[in-house]
Unconditional design. Sequence first.
Length: 246
Amino acid sequence: MPDIDTTVANTGPLLSVSGVAKSFTMHLRGGIRLPVVANVAFELQPGECVVLGGPSGVGKSSILRMVYGNYSVDSGQILIRQRGDGEMANLATGEPRLVLALRRDSIGYVSQFLRAVPRVSAVDVVAEPLVARGVERDVAAKRAGEMLERLNLPSALFELPPATFSGGEKQRVNIARGFITDHPLLLLDEPTASLDATNRDVLVEMIREKLGLGTAILGIFHDMPVREAVATRVIDVSAFSARDAA
């Protein structure tokens, strides 16, 4: 089966965030409300790598998780340009079915930690996003193996479950899974965590290739050499901090 077309109309930003606020309710502390961010607003154009900057605890990961739909928002819009028709969909108010469709077709995500089903092999973990989009399993597995080879994972590990791997090996599986598709928007949350210098360089190459193909990347990078190598723009999340209002 041929690949599913994942192109989007080049008619504007792939991501538009406006007026977004987020707080957490501390149920174990009498329902205290803890504001995190307010009035978050920015856009991502095709081919941009935008880095969320600022000190620890300012809300960078919360913004990334809201854009992926892991966290709800208190207010505001998170508009994602959909593959195919090029229309903007509001993930912030979307039904679960819309969120799942956007994740399948429009938004890729590499988190800090690999969460894989136990006893599933590394190559199948990496191939799964392609299989979910209609690519034949053998074709997807071949591509998964190529991605893992590029990230210097020993071939002897391909058929083993990642639960048995070291931290660096798990992260390479995580990166391969996130980069195997051609989602128009890619979210990266500390992707160099646990990587050695050789594989950090490989990741930089992979990011640059994605940007060259028009992918928009939103990421958090505490690894400054990597950040400087790939960032086209840095957003200081401190400007959106709502901690003073707590």
